[in-house]
Design a binder for this molecule. Structure first.
Ligand code: KG4
Ligand code: ZN
Length: 344
């Protein structure tokens, strides 16, 4: 065990990889004492997507108050009357993500770790999304297959144990969330597009328009979503009378169909004992519904993290840090931001 003295195992997690500024205090990887998320969605909405420079500046503005709020909600003061730190380690997401945004969180975490004389732990954002499910349901058993679907990533990951991953498949072009955002923008539904399409689909007929299921029967666990946006644009040009609700429902059904079919095939092929969703798109109602149907049909234990745990947050970062601390020990203080960090 490479872990330095874990104390109470109380970790402050910081997340600033994209457009959410978040801080959380989690004890021993499973007990969430507080989780605060400040979203920048309103700042970016008028541009139809995240503007990196605006994101970095907003993180600088709100990170200190967000960390302070995480202490208040956890019922802790940063330093006790005896001068002892209330926190045993400070963790931050160091990649993947926007470089300027990541640097804000990493620099703050390293500074706090130095000031409080506690270890710093660098966390992979993708790994943190995988841990979101385990944080809410610690009884999940390995091998676990996780469908990780966010604005930046779409992958099927086999989790064989803590820190042991195999990426079974991923997108070869756009991420699923990116496809939702682009189609929503085309339909004039605003940003972020996923929740808007989800809400509008309820009023549409999911069988009215059958969009293609890209790479559905190709025997791989890889995805491609960029052609789907083109298919939507072409269909609307040819049939201007279609309702936005039918387009939204048909598009959502196509995306969900491919995601669910491939995840089911992957889970069967590795004999998964559990199946989980992660990432922002995991908040999608239709995906959640179809995902549970698969688990029921195949007799696999399925777990859907709460919507708050699916989207970017710092509780998943602090939880992941607990396991990383045990396996790898603290991270060096010269750790920088790694915008293109992968999962291995
Ligand atoms: O994980 P996340 O919060 O940020 C990263 O990309 O890391 O994911 C954000 C993505 C956006 O593309 C958003 O449109 C999508 O998740 N999303 C949804 C829903 N809620 C958020 N997509 C479909 N249905 C939803 N209900
Ligand atoms: Zn994310």
């Amino acid at each position: 065990m490479t872990m330095s003295n874990p104390g109470r195992g109380r970790i402050l997690g910081i997340e600033t990889s994209c457009d959410e500024t978040a801080a959380a205090v989690v004890q021993r990887g499973t007990s969430v004492l507080s989780s605060v998320v400040s979203s920048q969605v309103d700042l970016h909405a008028r541009y139809g997507g995240v503007v990196p420079e605006i994101a970095s500046r907003a993180h600088v503005d709100v990170l200190v108050p967000v960390v302070a709020q995480a202490f208040v909600e956890a019922g802790l003061s940063e330093v006790s009357a005896g001068g002892e730190s209330a926190i045993d380690a400070v963790a931050a997401t160091y990649g993947p993500g926007l470089v300027g945004a990541l640097l804000v969180g990493v620099s703050a975490a390293k500074t706090l770790a130095l000031a409080w004389d506690v270890p710093f732990i660098a966390v992979n954002h993708l790994e943190a999304h995988l841990y979101a499910a385990l944080l809410e349901d610690p009884d999940l058993e390995f091998p676990l297959v996780v469908l990780l679907v966010s604005g930046g990533h779409t992958m099927i990951v086999l989790m064989e144990g803590h820190g042991q991953y195999q990426v079974l498949g991923s997108t070869i072009d756009d991420a699923a969330g990116e496809a939702f955002d682009k189609v929503a923008r085309y339909l004039g539904l605003g940003y972020p597009g996923g929740p808007a399409i989800d809400a509008l689909s309820v009023h549409g007929d999911l069988e009215a328009i059958r969009f293609p299921r890209p790479m559905a029967g190709d025997g791989t666990y890889d995805f491609s979503f960029s052609g789907l946006k083109t298919a939507v644009v072409n269909h609307v040009r040819k049939h201007p009378e279609v309702t936005a609700a039918d387009v939204a429902a048909g598009f959502q059904e196509a995306v969900v169909d491919v995601l669910v079919t491939k995840t089911q095939a992957a889970a069967r092929s590795v004999g998964a004992r559990g199946l989980c969703l992660g990432g922002g798109v995991a908040a999608n109602s239709r995906l959640r519904e179809r995902f549970l149907d698969v688990c029921l049909a195949d007799g696999i234990r399925g777990f859907l993290p709460s919507r708050a745990m699916c989207t970017d947050n710092a509780a998943m970062v602090a939880s992941t840090a607990w396991y990383r601390w045990q396996s790898d020990g603290p991270s060096p203080l010269d750790t920088g931001a790694h915008p293109n960090l992968g999962l291995s």
